[in-house]
Ligand binder design. Sequence first.
Ligand SMILES: [Fe+2]
Length: 396
Amino acid sequence: MAIELVSLPLPASADASKFKDFGREVRGIDPGSLTPEQFEQVKDALYKHDALLFRDVNLTPEQQYALTKAFDPQSESYGHGNNKTEGTKKSILHPDLKTIPRVPQVQLIGNGTVYNHEGLAEAMLKHPSHTTFHKTRVSEEDEAKGVTRFYRWHIDAALYDLSPPKVTTLYGIQVPNGPRQTCRYDDGTGDELEVPLGTTAFVSGRTMFDILPKELKSLAVRSKVRYAPHPYVWMAPSHALPTGLGIENEGLELPLSELPPWEEERRKVLPVVWKNPVTGNLHFEVHPCGAAELLVDPLPEGASKEGALYPDGAHVTDLKEVRELLYKMQRPAIAPSFIYPHDWSEKDLVLFHNRGVLHTVVGAFTKDQVRAFHQCNLAASDDPAGPTEEDVKAYA
Ligand SMILES: [Fe+2]
């Protein structure tokens, strides 16, 4: 059967002009048993539209792993590596992940207690929420009224040693119903967004780049981020901003000498802007919480220095400066009108281009609201490509 692509329903808050290419529902094919031709069409659609939804899907963990791996056949291990190793035990991600024993590349995530699930007799799941990660929190009184926050805007990636996965697959098996919530930014702007309970919110890295003023586009195409070693261990004692888009400058990060053993060569240095391998579009892809340094190239020959930031290049090592620059570049794109909050139904399968979007968990469940999702992404066989020389010339 031919693959059919349908635009995703957008909330009233969304600026439709920014979602012309973003997101498609795929109909007419079974994602668990694609023919090679169908897979090629799905892959092409993923890179063109960044997020694909399949509804009413039956998918075993084996099928989910196979589908995820097909995007990068040489990839094999879970995107965060083996989560039983010392380096990840102290990580802030550790409590959120339960591995499916039969298919360790697939993780069970969600909320509440799940019984007899794919070889797990009993799994206690906790939907992560801002209350344990942000410096400030929504008051309990407001929370009871349905006010919440974004948890943590991110790319799915270990950001140490391993390369960022190309695709993440998220399969909603048990999805609790509940009232919609109000996601508050609490950053002085008054911004807020009405969201379905337990939504996954996505923004396009392409939009994040496209809406920047000239001087910040120039900085973005000339910059690379050096991530902290074992970034999720490093950031564990620190607190996030109220938007979930980075860390407060409180000096709480674990000193590098107290991290699990690490080597300089294994630290990730990745371009700020990643080039889409199918469309050639540039996507702003930075995990702000793990960023430690910025390496800025000088302006290319012939570029005007007028208004340019760091025209002669720079190595920015001051954490506050790094974070302020990134926030200035990323905050505009998480404005309510640029967000696609997915309204999960049971048996939804969402595939997203992990190198083309940023996403976050949103909201808070009560203990009795049971949610079970299967998530899979695989450390990639290569690092993402940055802008070409022509791209740098065009935007610098
Ligand atoms: Fe994620």
